[in-house]
Design a protein around this ligand. Structure first.
Ligand SMILES: CC(C)(COP(=O)(O)OP(=O)(O)OC[C@H]1O[C@@H](n2cnc3c(N)ncnc32)[C@H](O)[C@@H]1OP(=O)(O)O)[C@@H](O)C(=O)NCCC(=O)NCCS
Length: 190
């Protein structure tokens, strides 16, 4: 999938434009550095050990082969990505979303999320789910503006409950976390 609605990448990418695209195999090696740089935005919100984690190249490669990995490109190099997994029937789970801080607040996060949602709708999936921080401005409020709604704990599916329990096991405080869902067909001006 290529999002042809490109915008100037500005000073960070002198001659270039940003493009949202399906990831290519050659992009994968560049994604951990983006994830680690973006994690610095969450210092104080997540345990250092969690912020030092990166998605494995094997997981990225598996997602890439299945068409579940999107990148934001500046001058043909990734500066952000969205990694999706299908953890239950009828839904896609946004496992990871990162934009390098050098390219922040240029709507790349928004465009990556909306590319995932458009793909989910085109695949006939009912919704996109994720878990995120409740009180970080570029987490829950950001997703809420894009049409995601909070899933209350008693409404968690077994797969989403397993995700939440996995986060607790990794040291994340469940009081700070929230699960969200965006139904396909929801419309928001992104
Ligand atoms: C979340 C993330 C991908 C957003 O990427 P982005 O390209 O900067 O996002 P966008 O430009 O589309 O929109 C960002 C919006 O989020 C909010 N936001 C982003 N950074 C912010 C900051 N430092 N302070 C306050 N609000 C912020 C703003 O509302 C902003 O819109 P605005 O620039 O018009 O005010 C990026 O901040 C990131 O990689 N964060 C670290 C990892 C993370 O939190 N991932 C998601 C976890 S589920």
């Amino acid at each position: 999938m290529i999002d042809r609605h490109v915008v100037s990448a500005g000073a960070a990418s002198l001659a270039g434009e940003y493009v949202i695209s399906a990831a290519r195999p050659k992009d994968i090696v560049l994604l951990p550095a983006i994830e680690l740089a973006a994690a610095k935005l969450l210092v104080g919100h997540a345990p250092p050990a969690v912020l030092a984690e990166t998605t494995s190249p094997e997981d990225h490669a598996r997602a890439q082969r299945r068409g579940l990995l999107w990148v934001a490109l500046a001058d043909d190099a990734p500066v952000g990505f969205a990694h999706v997994d299908v953890i239950e029937a009828g839904s896609a789970h946004l496992e990871e979303l990162d934009v390098h801080p050098d390219h922040a607040r240029r709507r790349l996060g928004t465009r990556l999320v909306m590319a995932v949602c458009a793909w989910a709708a085109s695949e006939g999936l009912e919704s996109v789910t994720l878990s995120t921080f409740r009180d970080v401005p570029w987490n829950m409020p950001f997703y809420a503006r894009l049409g995601f709604e909070i899933v209350s704990p008693d409404q968690l599916t077994p797969a989403l409950r397993a995700k939440a329990e996995g986060e607790i096991a990794r040291g994340l405080d469940p009081a700070k976390r929230v699960t969200m869902r965006r139904y396909s067909g929801e419309r928001r001006d992104a």
